[in-house]
Write a protein that binds this ligand. Sequence first.
Ligand code: TRP
Length: 484
Amino acid sequence: MAAEPSGRAQWSSSLGFVLAAVGSAVGLGNMWRFSYLAAEHGGAVFVVLYIMLILLVGLPIMLAEFVVGRASKQSPVQAFIRLGGKAWRPVGYLCVISGFLILAYYGVIAGWVVRYTWDGLVTGFAGDAGAHFGRIAEGLDAIFLQVIFMAMTVGIVAAGVRGGIERAAVYLMPVLFAIVAGIAIYVAFLEGAAAGYREYLVPDFGALFNLEVFAAAASQAFFSLSLGMGALLTYASYLSRSDHLPRESMVIAGTDFAVAFVAGLMVFPIIFALGLGAVVGESTVGALFISLPTAFAEMGATGRVIGALFFIALFVGALTSAISLLEVVVSASIDGLGWSRLRAALVGGVAITIIGIPTALDLNWLTIYDSISGKVFLVLGGLLLSLFVGWRMKDPIAEAGRGAPGVRWLGFWRMWLRYVIPLILLLILYYSVPASIADVRGAIQQLRQPTEVVAPPVDPEALPVPLDEVPLPEGAGPPPDEAE
Ligand code: TRP
């Protein structure tokens, strides 16, 4: 385990930093959730709305996170204290709590990805993907897979900023880019590709001026860009002074969007080439872990290769994202409690894994964690951060301009953070707080009435939450008559 150099760890290069941040951003959110949301909520109209939200909300907040991180050279809790005083400490805690909550369930989903990667490489995809998913998604299998994934995450974070996080990003991200681009090109030649593109992108102008769609696009932007919980703030705290932060923000956000968009071009044709379109309507995670593997299984040898590559890419995305989530918790423990990196990574990783176990036992917990963190905490974190940089922090403009001579819109950026973004985010919270409460209520109700004999009809509109509405094929558990 490489020891950190004395003093604060640093990236070895700007490219290392940018790739690590891209690694954080590109993850499960990109590989399926984005295109699924687009297909649900207006196709190309959603894509345009999403781009606008990235430009108007995502980029300014990303730059704000970078500026706070680089100016303070501290992890979230200490950063807010140092630059804003003790009163801002709770904002740092909110970041750490969000990190706990998100990684807790993210690790479970990533565990499924580990399993499917294994299937693709070693055993082949199960013909009955629905039953297969029912078997592995909840219970001991799920916990086992979650632990494997979390152990890898802890290992990389423990190896340090440069020797672990940066190295993983520099080696792994190009692999992900190559796979996603390669598969997207390959599937363009499949019969049925056009139907897939149509399902993904056909514009529906009704989606405009719809607060639900707007809120969905906004929380997707936060989640996908890793904003609102100090992950990018923490990464920026390992920067030297000279980076051109405005430009790097654009590169990172642009890459994140590009991967999400191309991932849709990759996924939809696969499903539609096999006429599995109907399955897609059911749920986000269900489609990712049921209809795609079904398609791979039906595509024979090619499907095996494509499927294995697909899940490798998904695994890479999940791993480099999970690293950034854990790093928030780890760096806060190093800076705040004086722990060693190894200790912080181990304790943090174990604690998060334990907190995640309920989500591995019952997917209703996953709904609860995801809805609270995604719909509320991240947006709230973004709101508080904009208020902080807009009103409280001393001279964020100078900090943002360091290494970025000639960028003239920084004064405008601060005004935007001060007045406009808080209003936008309040509007989103106005919609998403009640929505999240409804999600949680619904999930708790389902928790209370365990194993139904007959599979309840899953209403896809009932829980418009992103990573959650997994319709277990057989109600709450693996079908009893299903032999492995
Ligand atoms: N952005 C990642 C994804 O799209 C997930 C993620 C990593 C994240 N770090 C984060 C989300 C910090 C919110 C905050 O899958």
